[in-house]
Design a protein around this ligand. Structure first.
Ligand code: CA
Length: 237
């Protein structure tokens, strides 16, 4: 049994999902758009989110980034009506834990959701921004402050470095795309992104370089995966 937030603007689908999941024993809170969902997420703790990507006002992808910056360990299952691979890849890059393409069966939804919730309850994934014990080296991150340390030494991070580190840590072992970092920076600064894309893209290399140096003693390295993005991994002994 879990406390679930369903963010879906289609009334029929939202009601149907809510009814089915309530019947399965979950506590369900519906939200018809992203702005409502943000309000609910700020006010209350949920065990998981079912998120439609095609939303009015705040788009599903925007909301997903917003969730990841604040609730890094919250399981999110993305629903997408679009059959474009781009959308799903972008969703996963932005931190979705899994996705379903509409139309889907209720049995499949329940199975995927169950797997997400089980994974989230594993001790290694409990707590925000905590890496599995064998992966975090000497890095400690407290998302609530936000602060990070290597050993006992606090890291001095700019806002952009913090966002970058958060993305790398929450997706440790997976490649974080350049696009995901740039989009997260834009979201964080409230920047519409107009005209700043090229500059930010060049700046990203600089930030990666700086953050890599700050992590020098952590036992972690940021690997540049050519053409794909960046990967936080343990330094080889
Ligand atoms: Ca929709």
């Amino acid at each position: 049994m879990a406390s679930l937030l369903i963010v879906e603007d289609d009334d029929l689908l939202r009601d149907a999902l809510g009814a089915q999941l309530a019947q399965a024993g979950h506590t369900v809170t519906p939200a018809a758009d992203g702005a409502l969902a943000q309000g609910l997420l700020e006010a209350q703790r949920y065990d998981g989110v079912i998120l439609d990507l095609g939303l009015p006002r705040v788009s599903g992808l925007e909301l997903l980034q917003w969730i990841r910056l604040r609730h890094s360990a919250l399981p999110v299952l993305v629903l997408t009506a679009r059959d474009g691979v781009d959308d799903r890849v972008q969703g996963l890059n932005f931190g979705a834990d899994d996705y379903l393409t509409k139309p889907f069966s209720m049995a499949e939804l329940q199975a995927r959701l169950g797997a997400l919730l089980r994974r989230a309850r594993l001790p290694a994934f409990a707590g925000s921004l905590e890496l599995p014990a064998d992966q975090h080296g000497r890095l400690r991150v407290d998302a609530s402050q936000p602060l990070a340390w290597v050993g006992e030494v606090p890291l001095e991070l700019t806002q952009r470095e913090w966002v970058l580190l958060s993305l790398l840590v929450t997706q440790a072992g997976q490649v974080v795309s350049r696009e995901a970092v740039l989009a997260a920076w834009q979201t964080e600064s409230g920047d519409s992104g107009a005209g700043s894309g090229g500059m930010a893209s060049n700046a990203l290399e600089v930030y990666i370089h700086r953050l890599r140096r700050k992590l020098e003693d952590s036992g972690l390295n940021i690997r540049n995966v050519r053409g794909l993005g960046y990967l936080l991994e343990q330094t080889r002994p």
